[in-house]
Design a protein around this ligand. Structure first.
Ligand SMILES: NC(=O)c1ccc[n+]([C@@H]2O[C@H](COP(=O)([O-])OP(=O)(O)OC[C@H]3O[C@@H](n4cnc5c(N)ncnc54)[C@H](O)[C@@H]3O)[C@@H](O)[C@H]2O)c1
Length: 434
């Protein structure tokens, strides 16, 4: 294999995992971040995010001398063969993607590279952005070097990010020259994975089309789940029956309280925005966004139909993160529901999450009580909400709710339990689509 000197700009869920996996596959990698605390943490061997297997791989590759961390982007970019951009592209109030972080890194690259370099955009960016990044870098170059920008969207899922990278289903590369395609293929050669090589705009579109399709699949199942409730069908049985059809597939058929996280919400809105800019109405994606917005607060609505007040009641909240396996809270349904609970007078919320507490505290430092076991949250509670299907939460038995709670009333946004089991256990149980 040919060893490349790779720099990754941005050490979030995408950049750090990419950098660590490139090192694991034998490349020399420098991870650049502007956040000094993060860099210090990483240098001391601590992973700044919760992601399975990541810390072990960081420590191993650091020890073996293939992985460095720095805030000094000038030195890092100077002699890089390839710079992967993995900074955030968050949603703006109008739904469009905020490209200011990508622009900043592009400027920093242009002003500091001193040899020919491949710039690889890993961040999710609107179609046409790679063209603009290339032009911008070329316009701002300080040294007389050759730069080509390529697209290499990321498909990892938080919670399984390392596995998803090392054993990715496919690597998508978008290039405009044979030379750039050759370099990217060489970088990925040690991964021994299928590579889909297309032009830059198609690569950018593959990312949005994939994420938006998954969001649509979730919203579709939630829509059907809502109808199931009205007509007396059970969404779990319906999903099971559907899952045998290979054209549908067995994954992403679970109904619940909607998608969250840092990708589906913003990527659906960004594509909707992009379509609108081109005079096109992306009706399917718009529907997915609308269904999701309503779905996220469905559990609260169900509970407020049943309760006269939340004031003075002990409310147990199980799960805060947008899904299990991550400490990420971005767009988590728990945020929408807890906001509504607080607004409607809930003053004794006791929340448990195995890893999400610290991040949640940044938003709600004092308004809610944080506990370190599900049992503490449930003890003496009048009502319980389940927002994330962590194993620690799935392990709670129906009889535990009965035993621990003052009144065993459970609103389950993730359909963790069977209805019969909960009924047998004497629990008043509400879930989604059943
Ligand atoms: N999180 C996911 O599951 C996922 C999956 C696929 C694609 N993506 C896409 O990847 C991109 C990054 O997402 P993320 O979740 O990893 O973001 P993140 O917010 O977790 O991390 C971004 C990092 O970039 C750093 N940064 C900002 N400006 C910088 C600069 N000038 N130089 C160096 N570092 C800088 C920040 O300090 C931060 O550590 C986004 O476009 C996202 O849509 C994310």
């Amino acid at each position: 294999m040919k060893q490349y000197n790779i720099v990754v700009a941005g050490t979030g869920y995408v950049g750090l995992v990419a950098g660590v996996c490139f090192a694991e596959k034998g490349h020399m990698v420098t991870c650049v971040d502007t956040d000094e605390n993060k860099v210090k943490l990483m240098e001391s061997g601590v992973c700044p995010i919760y992601e399975q297997d990541l810390e072990e791989l960081m420590q191993k590759n650091y020890k073996e001398g293939r992985l460095y961390y720095t805030t000094d982007y000038k030195s890092a970019y100077k002699n890089a063969d390839a710079i992967f951009i993995g900074v955030g592209t968050p949603e703006q109030p109008d739904g469009s993607a905020n490209l200011s972080y990508v622009a900043t890194v592009s400027r920093q690259i242009a002003e500091n590279i001193e040899k020919d370099c491949l710039v690889v955009v890993k961040s999710t960016v609107p179609i046409g952005t790679n063209d603009k990044v290339e032009q911008f870098i070329k316009d701002s170059l300080v040294h007389n070097v050759k730069v080509e920008v390529t697209s290499n969207p990321e498909f990892l899922a938080q919670g399984t990010a390392v596995r998803d990278t090392l054993q990715a289903k496919r690597i998508v590369i978008g290039t405009e020259s044979k030379e750039a395609e050759k370099i990217l293929k060489e970088i990925y050669e040690p991964f021994e994975l299928p590579i889909v090589s297309v032009n830059r705009r198609s690569a950018e579109m593959i990312k949005y089309a994939s994420n938006d399709f998954l969001a649509l699949k979730i919203s579709y199942m939630n829509d059907i789940a809502n109808l199931c409730e009205l007509v007396g069908a059970n969404i779990e049985d319906v999903a099971k029956g559907m899952s045998y059809d290979p054209r549908i597939g067995a994954k992403f058929l679970n109904a619940g309280i909607g998608y969250g996280g840092s990708c589906f919400p913003k990527d659906t809105k960004a594509l909707k925005y992009l379509a609108k800019q081109h005079g096109y109405k992306l009706k399917t994606v718009e529907a997915a966004v609308d269904v999701n917005a309503a779905q996220k607060v469905k559990l609260f609505k169900k509970a407020s139909d049943r309760m006269i007040t939340f004031h003075g009641l002990k409310v147990a909240v199980l799960g805060l993160t947008f899904k299990p396996g991550t400490d990420d809270l971005r767009e988590a349904p728990s945020l929408d529901n807890i906001k509504l609970l607080l607004e409607s007078g809930a003053d004794q919320i006791y929340a448990y999450d195995p890893v999400g507490e610290d991040n949640f505290k940044k938003k709600y430092p004092t308004e809610i009580n944080y506990v370190s076991t599900p049992e503490e949250a449930l003890k003496g509670a009048n009502i319980c909400f389940i927002f994330t299907e962590w194993n620690e939460i799935k392990q709670i038995k129906p009889e535990d709710y009965k035993k621990l709670m003052k009144t065993p009333l459970v609103y389950d946004g993730r359909n963790i339990y069977s209805i019969d089991e909960m009924k047998k256990g004497g629990i008043e149980y509400y879930s989604i689509g059943r």
